[in-house]
Design a protein around this ligand. Structure first.
Ligand code: F6P
Length: 359
């Protein structure tokens, strides 16, 4: 029955054989899968598990913590702290990095994660996920915050789990992006989606349009052209999708193409975007690039952004390569003052594109 099926452990051991990271990284990722299975079991119980609802506390972002946010955070810590594989961990749910208890050996990696991304969706039974990123520590002793602040290009592995109709894990160790589905009867992840590839072109885009008036002109231009469809510059109709759960939106893009945008907006000028660089944007950008897609802030590759703080936010645009390149071009044209929207009859009379916005 199990013949011919590749388990996630077998896959990882084979992918990493002979590499610098070899068995340690495979072992850490297998520990992560243990946490993911525990989180999958809690999320699947829904109201019957008694885990739904808020705790009445806030995380460092000022967001209300759900019971499941905290339980999922605990599940990741418990699965990964004891094995001598990590030197420390940081997550969305903890203000400061987690220092391992004295009795546990310190290992070669730093694990950074969002234990339950999109958790505002959990009470309405919409897919949520866990996102994780692995960096090398390469130092003796407990890591400081500065040790975590490394650009995404330095990740040695990244992945996410999606808790949907089926539970899946999608990950990369820098050799393509691969998807695994949880077989609940045997309790193991099985390789079901090897070598995922995002088509370069798409007619599907995901963005929270309620923020439109706060976006920068290049994003307004892009979306306006998509909305104009066949009658506009693009000459074809587009579709929008917005689940408000990044993992679920990204998963759709990996399965059939599309782009996802959470751009910089002027709603809260203190925030240069909504999504967090270290445990949302970077791991997802690594996965997307390894699947042939592109991941940008609009003004550069996400993976080369130098983090300055653990919980920093960043504008995010990712998915089908040609559309992301177009968005980057619109940003360049806007920044250099040569953008077409000001010349196009479509935008001439629209206040969104007047010089006040640009100033
Ligand atoms: O933490 C971020 C997140 O929940 C993402 O998963 C999702 O894409 C986004 O926020 C939803 O934002 P909004 O509530 O503005 O639609």
């Amino acid at each position: 029955m199990q013949q011919g099926r590749t388990t996630i452990s077998k896959f990882l051991i084979e992918q990493l054989r002979g590499s610098e990271d070899q068995s340690d990284l495979a072992a850490l990722l297998i520990d992560v899968t243990a946490a993911v299975k525990a989180i999958a079991s809690m999320t699947a119980k829904g109201a019957l598990g008694g885990f739904l609802g808020s705790l009445g506390t806030e995380n460092v972002q000022g967001e209300t913590q759900k019971k499941l946010d905290v339980l999922s955070n605990d599940a990741m810590i418990q699965a990964c702290e004891w094995g001598g594989l990590v030197a420390g961990m940081a997550s969305e749910e903890m203000d400061d990095p987690y220092t391992l208890p004295k009795e546990f050996e310190r290992g070669p990696y730093l694990l950074v994660f969002d234990p339950l991304d999109g958790s505002s969706n959990i009470d309405v039974n919409v897919s949520v996920g866990t996102i994780f990123s692995v960096l090398r520590h390469g130092k003796i002793g407990d890591p400081t915050v500065a040790d975590y602040l490394r650009p995404g290009v330095e990740q040695v592995a990244a992945g996410y789990a999606i808790y949907g109709p089926s539970t899946m894990m999608v990950l990369t160790v820098g050799k393509g992006t691969h998807g695994f589905t949880l077989d609940r009867e045997i309790g193991n992840f099985i390789l079901t989606h090897p070598d995922l590839q995002i088509p370069a072109d798409t007619v599907e885009y995901a963005i929270n349009s309620s923020n439109e008036r706060f976006w920068e002109p290049p994003v307004q231009r892009y979306v306006a052209e998509c909305k104009a469809g066949k009658t506009g510059d693009r000459g074809r109709d587009f579709n929008t999708r917005w689940i408000a759960s990044m993992v679920a939106d990204v998963h759709r893009i990996l399965m059939r193409g599309g782009i996802f945008m959470y751009p910089k907006d002027a709603k809260d000028p203190s925030k240069p975007g909504r999504l967090r660089l270290m445990y949302e944007a970077n791991p997802i950008a690594f996965i997307i690039e390894q699947a042939g897609g592109a991941a940008s802030t609009g003004r550069g590759r996400i993976l080369t952004v130098q983090p300055t703080s653990l919980h920093q936010r960043v504008p995010v645009m990712l998915g089908s390569r040609n559309e992301i390149e177009r968005l980057e071009r619109y940003h360049r044209e806007y920044d250099s003052g040569e953008d077409k929207p000001f010349a196009s009859p479509l935008f001439k009379d629209r206040s969104l594109y007047n010089d006040d916005v640009r100033a």
